[in-house]
Design a protein. Sequence first.
Length: 285
Amino acid sequence: MSADETHLQLKLPAPESPTPASEGDKDVEQERTALLQAVSGWKFDTLEERVAWILNHHAETRNSDIALQLKYWDAFESDLSAGEHIRKQDLYKLTRLTSITRARARIQNMYQLFLASVDVRKQRGTLSESEKEKALEHRPEYPVFAVYADESGKTGKHLIVGSMWCLHPPEMLKLIRRIDSWRQAHSFKDEFHFKTISEAKLGPYLAFADFLAENASVLSFKAISVERTGISNVDEALAQLYYILLVRGVEQEDASGRAPLPRGIQLWKDLEEVGKDKLFLLTLA
């Protein structure tokens, strides 16, 4: 697209609609679930997925569209927005505030995800942008632990909960990009499944292990295990293991200085049975 053509682009208003969907709207619930899966899986194929990732990992952007725009540019368009100044000609290439705001409004209003504070939700649509920014001045921002965990051993000798901790999500975004580059450089398109390791696949597995070791500053791997003998309620035991893993993991990272408190914590795990998983999360809260 030429520079002259970009001048003809219309800057459309970004209303706070759509409104929240009804509880019976299965399509919206499926879209909401898919968006959460994209955020947890570091999937950035669409504008909405990228905006949701920013809202999830940068709490202050939920209250301010300007803060959201700047974080979005830093994360996904840093080649055009690095530093304190942005060239005028690059403004035509950077994602527009109205587009980002529309995606944010859909995520917060329709899917009810990563919501702004109650005050800001009341103010939106009635106050100017400068007034919205004032509500943010004294709000502390806390980084988060993003913990990806799963269990094993329900029919084995030991119950095991393993986890990967992302200590600095913005740095993890850079790591994801390096992983994509690594996969392309090694022509590796498969998934890593250790139970299917063979002599032919061993090389890429070892190479990727070395790659992760080089980037260990933003990652932490933790696991906890207990013998299954004498345990009558496996689900209850696993819930306790998750809880102990999270508590001890937070204590360890705080004591080491790698990720000092205060921090928020997010736990991501595979959805198995909706009712049981909801009850499981309530026991951890």
